[in-house]
Design a binder for this molecule. Structure first.
Ligand SMILES: [Zn+2]
Length: 67
């Protein structure tokens, strides 16, 4: 049984090792034109098309980092 009003799934978090990232939404029906982002002074950036969050590996924003 499906529920059409189900909330959208949480955006993905992608761990990256450089401040410059590219995103094409993963291709397929959910894809979008490839775009490039530069984090600048931040440790993460969010894709304006698909809301994926790119997080710099080892940064404070990396959910895998144990403090
Ligand atoms: Zn994207």
């Amino acid at each position: 049984m499906t529920h059409p009003l189900d909330p959208l799934p949480a955006p993905e978090t992608i761990i990256v090792e450089t401040h410059r990232v590219s995103c094409d939404g993963g291709g397929g029906a959910l894809g979008h034109p490839i775009v490039f982002y530069e984090m600048g002074d931040e440790d993460f950036v969010e894709c304006k098309y698909c809301d994926r969050r790119f997080v710099l590996k080892g940064s404070a924003a990396d959910p895998g980092v144990k403090s």
